[in-house]
Design a protein around this ligand. Structure first.
Ligand SMILES: [Zn+2]
Length: 249
């Protein structure tokens, strides 16, 4: 991989991460969303994420490395996320405190929750560019960017409702997105230095995202009582991402 792909890959992960802030900006004009519409948005983001994990990460991992290697990678990715979720103290707006007990302020605990969630997303973009470069990378970056928009809004709202000013809520949501360009770096450099780890890396990121979708996105989107609406949003997100994937290939 040449330097320009590295730089472009990093820039793409930055733009995808900043999409979180773009979604958060919506609270400037509209900050009252019904529980139903929040569930639909969260479901949509989860659907895009699952679709990206499957089509952009796991399928290429199987194609390049075979089923056994991909299975191992997915399992390790899910396991690492499980361990992070267990050890790092964090707070989900709906499901409450998880991980080790902590005296950190609520805002930072919520921030940590989103950071854990965004690490596999950033890593996925980095690995995408590390692979055959532009095409896979752009698909992954687009997927992550798209689902970060509703996610940014859904993340900024609880900061705002929790007492932060609008701009502080937007700033915090944007910061969670900036985890992604940081997490993309190991993905980019690892695949640049050792191209043979790519299938394992793609599977790892896919497994980590699979964990986030099941452990966090689906339960969070179902907790307010609009399961069916959330599911429709989820299917919509999955299909939208599938079509976008088709546009690139
Ligand atoms: Zn996300």
């Amino acid at each position: 991989m040449d330097d320009s792909t590295l730089i472009l890959g990093w820039a793409a992960s930055l733009v995808a991460g900043l999409a979180t802030g773009l979604g958060a900006l919506v609270i400037l004009v509209q900050n009252k969303f019904t529980d139903r519409s929040q569930d639909v948005m969260m479901g949509f983001a989860g659907g895009v994420m699952l679709s990206a994990a499957g089509f952009s990460l796991m399928v290429p991992a199987v194609e390049r490395g075979g089923h056994v290697l991909a299975t191992i990678g997915i399992a390790i990715g899910a396991l690492v996320l499980h361990l992070l979720d267990r050890t790092v103290p964090h707070l989900h707006p709906q499901s409450g405190l998880e991980g080790k007990a902590s005296r950190l302020p609520k805002v930072w605990l919520m921030f940590l929750a989103m950071s854990i969630h965004n690490i596999p997303e950033g890593l996925a973009v980095g690995l995408g560019f590390g692979g055959d470069g532009l095409n896979t990378g752009m698909i992954t970056a687009t997927a992550i960017g798209i689902q970060n928009i509703p996610e940014g809004l859904v993340v900024a709202l609880p900061f705002f409702v929790g007492g932060a000013s609008k701009w502080r809520a937007i700033g915090l949501a944007t910061l969670t997105g900036l985890i992604e360009p940081m997490a993309s770096l190991p993905g980019l450099f690892l695949t640049a230095a050792l191209p043979s780890v790519l299938p394992l890396g793609l599977a790892f990121a896919g497994g980590a995202m699979l964990f986030v979708v099941s452990d966090e996105m689906i339960p969070e989107s179902h907790r307010k009582g609009f399961e069916r609406e959330a599911t429709l949003g989820f299917v919509g997100g999955f299909l939208a991402m599938m079509l976008i994937e088709g546009m690139f290939t």
